[in-house]
Design a binder for this molecule. Structure first.
Ligand code: RP5
Length: 171
């Protein structure tokens, strides 16, 4: 029983960010993972400020057999690409909205990976963080029935919320 409990609480997704200042954005991913019951762990890792830690975390992700890593970063956002260089664990990149260029710099930095080292890239900001978490849940749902059921319920509730809106005319 103890072993089962440990296995259930072992992280399946890593949520990492380049700075504490990214937390407000990445909270969107953490909220979704919590609501869908996906065990996860969070780290601040910087491609620029803590490059060695980044490499260590990539090795940990493989050791834990994480389903994926959600990596958020802003500006010269090298974190997702560098993680992808160090591990075959799929990396889902979230461009954080930067002050100087509103996140377009982050988006371009993350999405324009050269062929051979892929990073799945999401929208700028909280929408991207939430969708990355939903995508992570969908990956896990391919082999985990409980996650599949929770994801289906989330989507059904989302649809129902539109149908229940008084402005919806039924057509
Ligand atoms: C990036 O630089 C981080 O991902 C963050 O979005 C940005 C700014 O970091 P701080 O100066 O706020 O720590 O590496």
């Amino acid at each position: 029983m103890r072993g089962v409990t440990q296995e259930q609480s072992a992280p399946r997704v890593g949520v990492v960010m380049g700075s504490r200042s990214d937390f407000e954005t990445m909270q969107g991913a953490l909220d979704v993972l919590r609501d869908l019951g996906v065990p996860n762990e969070t780290r601040v890792l910087s491609a620029h400020r803590t490059p060695h830690l980044l490499a260590t975390y990539a090795a940990r992700a493989e050791r834990l057999n994480l389903a994926c890593i959600i990596a958020g970063a802003g500006g010269a956002a090298h974190l997702p690409g560098m993680l992808a260089a160090f591990t075959r664990v799929p990396v889902l990149g979230v461009p954080v909205q930067s002050r100087a260029l509103s996140g377009v710099d982050s988006l371009h930095s993350i999405v324009q990976m050269p062929a051979g080292v892929p990073v799945a890239t999401f929208a700028i900001g909280v929408a991207g963080a939430k969708n990355a978490a939903l995508f992570a849940a969908a990956l896990i749902a391919t082999t985990d029935e409980a996650t599949r059921a929770r994801l289906d319920a989330f989507r059904a509730a989302q649809t129902q919320a539109v149908l229940d809106d008084p402005f919806f005319d039924g057509h």
